[in-house]
Write a protein that binds this ligand. Sequence first.
Ligand code: 0WD
Length: 261
Amino acid sequence: MGFLAGKRALIIGIASNRSIAWGIAEAMKREGAELAFTYQNEKLRPRVEKFAAECGAQATLPCDLGNDDEISALFDTLGGSWDGLDILIHSAAFAPRDELTGDFVEVTTREGSKTAHDISSYSLTALGKAARPMMRGHSGAILSLTYMGSVRAMPSYNVMGLAKASLEANIRYMAYALGPEGIRVNGISAGPIRTLAAAGIADFRKMLDHVEQNAPLRKNVSIEEVGNAAAFLCSDLASGITGEITYVDAGFNIIGMSGYN
Ligand code: 0WD
C-alpha cells in the first residue's frame, strides 16, 4: 500500500507531460492518492482531460488563478463529489514574457509586477481561503513550487524572483495561520527543468548547463525527483514539517563558488 493511500489530492498546474505538476501527479498516484486536476483555459482542457484519463483522476475542472469566481466554483464543484480534501498542489506561475529577459530595472513595469505577484503568489492565499473548509480535520497539506531566484539575483528571472520571494513569505504566513487547524503549508524550490514555463526565460539552456557542471550531484533534477519529494512532503511521513522551503536542485543552492571542478 502506498504512503498516500486514502488521500485526495487536487493538482493545479498541469500544462504538458513535462510539467512539474505532472511529475507530482504520477508520484502521488503511485503512492495511492486519488487525484483531481484543473486546467487554466479551454485551450488546455483537452490536454489535461487526456492526462486525467491516463491516471484515473476523478475530476478535471476549470480554474484560472486570476479569477476568484472560478476559484470558488472549483471548490463548490469538488465538494459535490469529495467530502474533504487532503492535498492541494499549486504549481503555476506567470509573468509577462518580455519582462523575463534583459536589465531588471529597465524591463520591469508596474503592470507586469502586479500580474506576476497576483498569479504567482497571491493565488496561493486565495486557494488556501477557498480550500480551508474542505481541508479542516484532514491533516491537510498545501504545497507550492518556487525557485532560488527568490533569494539570489539571477539573470533573466527578474520580476518572477520578486514574486517567488513573496510566495515563500506567503507559505510561512499560511503555515502560521492554518497550522492550528492541522493544515501544513510547504514549498519546494526546484532546480531548473525544461518545461513550457521555463521556455519563457531567456538563456534557459545556459542555466541547465551551468547547474549540470557545478551542482554537487553534477546533474539537473527531473520532474520525477520533484514529484517524489512532493509526495513525501504532502504525506503523513512529513507531519512535523510546515512553513519550510525544501530545495530539490541537486544541491546547487549550497555552493558558494562555481567553476572550480
Ligand atoms: O525550471 C522550472 N521549470 C522551475 C519551475 C524551477 C522552479 C520552480 N518552477 C515553478 C514555476 O515557477 C511554477 O510555479 O514550478 C511551477 C510549475 O512550473 P512548470 O511545471 O515549469 O511549468 P508549466 O509546465 O508551464 O506549467 C505551469 C502552468 C502554466 O503553463 P503555461 O506554460 O501555459 O503558462 O501554470 C499554469 C499554466 O497552465 N498557469 C495558470 N494556471 C491557472 N491560472 C495560470 C493561471 N492564471 N497561469 C499559468
